[in-house]
Design a protein. Structure first.
Length: 218
């Protein structure tokens, strides 16, 4: 018998109905009617080992001027709200932490956490004045748990800085979107998704530019 293609699943973020949005040769994608998150089919998720192998190919270093400029798109606007001596955490820093270096230059005391490259879980047991999360939320296998963890790290009055590309609204544009081609990208956010998250976790949201967002913990 031919395979039955699932037409819907429970949204992994809000629990609403996520209908089949589109599919390519590798994966199916489901879009939630409530929070607007687009999710890759969990059946197509890579193993942690295969995911790590892709991350190991990244060559982002402090000496890379282009990468520093890329991260400055978040660091610059964020620094306008921070004071020297504040405590910060770069969540998902990757194999070559760079953003924390930029913020240390502004006088912040920064720590680095990454589940693969800097897995010091003790850093996750406290709160910070600022938490940065650049090109990370799209990798969340369980986006509700991931965002809940991020929110818990930010003390009241603190800042969460996020960088991620917003997903196109139509299947046709989504299938032409190169961000989708990275198989470690699993959770694709839209602006209504981030607005839903801000309400859910008690933040006020500011979009600084198309892929840069600042969230103030209320």
């Amino acid at each position: 018998m031919p395979e039955t293609v699932p037409q819907a699943m429970a949204c992994p973020l809000c629990g609403g109905v996520a209908g089949l949005f589109c599919e390519d040769r590798m994966r199916r994608y489901f879009a939630c009617t409530d929070c607007a998150l687009v999710s890759a089919d969990p059946a197509a998720h890579l193993s942690p080992q295969d995911e790590r192998a892709i991350y190991d190919l990244h060559r982002n270093t402090p000496e890379d001027a282009g990468y520093r400029a890329f991260l400055s798109r978040l660091a610059g606007p964020l620094r306008e709200h921070l004071q020297p001596g504040m405590q910060g955490l770069d969540f998902g820093c990757g194999p070559g932490p760079v953003l924390s270096l930029l913020l240390r230059d502004a006088g912040l005391a920064m720590a680095d956490y990454d589940p693969f490259y800097a897995p010091d879980a003790t850093l996750l047991g406290r709160q910070y004045d600022v938490v940065t999360c650049t090109e990370v939320v799209e990798h969340f296998r369980d986006p509700l748990a991931g965002w809940a963890q991020l929110a818990a790290l930010v003390r009241p009055g603190g800042w969460l800085g996020v960088m991620t590309q917003l997903a196109p609204d139509t299947p046709e544009r989504f299938l032409r979107w190169r961000y989708r081609d990275d198989r470690t990208h699993l959770s694709f956010h839209r602006l209504p998704t981030l607005q839903w998250l801000a309400r859910r976790f008690g933040f006020s949201l500011t979009q600084v530019e198309p892929r840069v967002f600042l969230l103030l913990r209320c």
